[in-house]
Design a protein around this ligand. Sequence first.
Ligand SMILES: O=C(O)c1ccc[n+]([C@@H]2O[C@H](COP(=O)([O-])O)[C@@H](O)[C@H]2O)c1
Ligand SMILES: Cc1cc2nc[nH]c2cc1C
Length: 339
Amino acid sequence: MITPPSPDAQAAARNRLAALAIPTGALGRLGELAVWWSSVRGETTPAPPAHVRAVVFAGDHGVAAHGVSAYPSAVTAAMVRGFVAGVAGVSVLARQHDVSLRVLDLGVDADFPDLDPALGAYKIRRGTEPIHLKDAMTVDETHRAIEAGRQIAAEEIAAGADLLIGGDMGIGNTTTAVALIAGALGLPAEDVVGRGTGIDDQALAVKTDVLATALQRAGDRVADPVELLAALGSPDLAAQAAFISAAAEAGVPVLLDGVISVAAATVAERLTPGVAPWLAAGHRSTEQAQWRALEALGLAPLVDFDLRLGEGSGAVAAVPMVRSAALLLAQMARLDELL
Ligand SMILES: O=C(O)c1ccc[n+]([C@@H]2O[C@H](COP(=O)([O-])O)[C@@H](O)[C@H]2O)c1
Ligand SMILES: Cc1cc2nc[nH]c2cc1C
């Protein structure tokens, strides 16, 4: 059950925004962001987010061996080591913006015996089945991934999070993410397919075929979010979807990233309707499925920099905007105080 963000705080914030020493509406989307932050924090002028916590959900995707990505699956495990070492793109942004960053292996097709076992504490399986040929995983694995995502959110909230971010790492995961979006929104393969890590026209045609076959294979099962995740998803996507659901249930807002994060949010809205008002969209990815899914959630992205890195990077890059919005609403004078 999801309680909506505070309508009283939202109304009070909107009134204060309208009274600020600016021409009416001059803060544009920054003003709307401030009102959102007030509503999710339940205060007229809440402090800016000070305990932003990001979790990277890593996993491999069976479709990666079928010509849908510009990179081999081995990159997933290599990048997991990069997150652990603090040298991935999102690692740099997280340090810069004082965001805590945790990477978890939900389904990487490798083991990491030399690393902290906490990395694999929620591991469900090694890789998924290719979704155009068979179900990505079993329904039991799906339930376990969902439970993992809920627990991970609970841990981050217990650690004091006032804003959560879900990131991703997984070669092939844009195929999975856009399949979930297509399944949830009833869109055809051509309306969701994108170039992911940067595939050429030939691979784009293969990816479109894989998606169309996967959607055909899943059929009506897409109507049920657990069946949708089992047929077309992955442990990492299922866990991220449940992480978002659990955050919204606990009244903790989530800043979304690119197409994988937005696919997780789309599934979260199906798992627990009423999630969307707890979400803000960090950035606009290059993936068309992300724009369509954001629109369906009623969200407009903050940063529009042609980012397509994933990892939670676009969300972390937008954290300063949330902080700016909160501080503007709290610290600016009203026009009537200056006249
Ligand atoms: O966040 C996005 O919108 C996004 C768009 C394109 C690619 N990615 C990242 O690239 C990887 C998946 O791309 P691909 O082509 O292997 O499906 C995965 O690790 C994602 O984090 C991420
Ligand atoms: C190098 C590399 C880094 C990434 N980070 C997220 N997705 C990625 C995909 C690749 C290929």
